[in-house]
Design a protein around this ligand. Structure first.
Ligand code: SF4
Ligand code: SF4
Length: 187
């Protein structure tokens, strides 16, 4: 019948309208910004840099390998590597980024930077209220803007962050075992 779909849609709308007076489940509109839906754990928006320990500069997991910069499709990551190694939060000497910028006005939230990072140093944030008219002041994020503690990562993506911690602990244990002098007596 011609117009059957329209009538069905109107009936559904009327059912929801009337039903909303008796059932809160039928109120599907969220009065943003006064109300906000709770975010799901898999939500993602723009990347941030994870650091361990108390000092964000020393604790950055990023070793400035620049893989993410090369792989980012719209080329919105800009890195300059430090010329000398510095101690990380465990005291191990590592290269770090002297400059690490992300232009989030260009970022398309594809998460490729996260997937290619061998050091679990860059992850996706869930912050979405970033609208501004000041592109260079607000949307070009510097290293200090991007750095977030591991505790923050756990807060927004607890399952993923716990798995990453376990993986990093295993890798550290393997590296420590490899670097131990061979205890076997010489033949
Ligand atoms: S975030 Fe990861 S991939 Fe990007 S430069 Fe740092 S360590 Fe390399
Ligand atoms: S999320 Fe995608 S577009 Fe954004 S910085 Fe990472 S690789 Fe680039």
């Amino acid at each position: 019948m011609l117009g059957k779909g329209i009538i069905q849609g109107m009936v559904e709308t009327a059912r929801n309208f009337a039903g909303s007076y008796v059932s809160g489940d039928r109120l599907v509109t969220v009065q943003y910004p006064e109300e906000r839906l709770a975010q799901i754990e898999a939500a993602r928006n723009f990347p941030f840099l994870v650091y361990d320990g108390e000092d964000w500069q020393q604790g950055l997991r990023c070793v400035a390998c620049q893989i993410c910069e090369k792989e980012c499709p719209p080329k919105c990551i800009y890195i300059i590597k430090d010329v000398t190694k510095k101690p990380d939060h465990t005291g191990k000497l590592q290269f770090q980024p002297k400059v690490f910028d992300i232009d989030i006005s260009v970022c398309m939230s594809c998460q490729i930077c996260v997937e290619v990072c061998p050091f679990d140093a860059i992850k996706m944030d869930v912050e979405y209220e970033l609208s501004t008219a000041d592109r260079f002041g607000q949307l070009l994020l510097r290293k200090s803007d991007l750095a977030r503690p591991n505790a923050y990562y756990h807060r927004i993506h607890p399952t993923e962050a716990t798995a990453v911690d376990a993986h990093l602990a295993t890798e550290r244990a393997k590296a420590a075992a490899k670097s131990k002098p061979d205890s076997k007596p010489a033949a």
